[in-house]
Design a protein around this ligand. Sequence first.
Ligand code: SF4
Length: 79
Amino acid sequence: MAKIKVTIDRDGCIGDMVCVNLCPDVFEMNQDDGKSQIVAKWRTNASDLSTGLVDESLEECVKSAAESCPVSVIHFEKV
Ligand code: SF4
């Protein structure tokens, strides 16, 4: 099954939680810095909060979050 690689440019995140509200299976808020991060189960490296490999079934959810992010810092591609 194909996967979707998701990245968040966390430096540019303004913490408005749009992605978290639209796609909580993939995105969550970091309580320390108030920015979005990838939910732990999808992270490719536990210490890298910005990168995840998620099931293809979540593509629409990721896409809606990426398209709705006001600062366009969410990127994804099928791998
Ligand atoms: S929608 Fe964009 S700016 Fe808002 S919390 Fe998510 S990544 Fe950050």
